[in-house]
Unconditional design. Structure first.
Length: 84
């Protein structure tokens, strides 16, 4: 769960979305074809917030997913939950 901190477009990342989860944690999603939420929106785990794409400096459709804690990138593996 979190609050949409930013949506935008950059040459490298293309269309992107940043969610602030509190406690210093933020996630960044890049190279999106479409965002479905606006800045300031509250979002919940499992909610569709964007569609992956190939915008910006990209050679094909994919999702750039980044977890940051207090401004530093951390290994996202510990934050990915797979339901059976």
């Amino acid at each position: 769960d979190g609050v949409v901190e930013a949506t935008g477009y950059s040459r490298g990342m293309g269309r992107y979305l940043i969610i602030d989860h509190g406690y210093g944690y933020k996630t960044l999603y890049g190279h999106l074809s479409k965002t479905m939420v606006k800045r300031g929106a509250r979002v919940r785990r499992g909610e569709k917030v964007a569609e992956m794409g190939s915008t910006g400096r990209s050679t094909g459709p994919h999702l750039h997913y980044e977890v940051r804690h207090n401004g530093r990138a951390v290994n996202p593996w510990n934050y990915i939950f797979v339901e059976d």
